[in-house]
Design a protein around this ligand. Structure first.
Ligand SMILES: N[C@@H](CCC(=O)N[C@@H](CS)C(=O)NCC(=O)O)C(=O)O
Length: 96
């Protein structure tokens, strides 16, 4: 799994959640001025929208948008979801 991030950007939330969930992941830094990766590839190849975060799963699937990525991480580690019957919806309320 690879988290595409930029220092100080909102991808920090996903980074924290991945750490909290104790998930194995690599980090790939995105230059948001040029939309390129460290190896010179265009970031648009990963996320056509051009912004961070993006989370590439081990099967190649790429998730974008903080709400989707943070919900995905919480689904892998349910302790991140508030307890109770409406916990999942409370999570979405907070993320939105
Ligand atoms: N709707 C997106 C917004 C992401 C976003 O605005 N990312 C900013 C950094 S916090 C970004 O990458 N900006 C650079 C750009 O749009 O080119 C989400 O919630 O994930």
């Amino acid at each position: 799994m690879i988290l595409y991030y930029s220092p100080g950007a909102c991808s920090l939330a996903d980074h924290i959640a991945l750490e909290e969930a104790d998930m194995k992941f690599d980090l790939e830094k995105v230059d948001l001025k040029t939309h390129t990766l460290a190896d010179g590839r265009s970031y648009y190849e990963i996320n056509p929208k051009g912004y961070v975060p993006a989370l590439q799963l081990d099967d190649g699937e790429v998730l974008t948008e903080n709400v989707a990525i943070l919900t995905f991480i919480a689904d892998q580690y349910p302790a991140l979801i508030p307890p109770g019957k409406f916990g999942r919806y409370r999570l979405l309320e907070m993320l939105v």
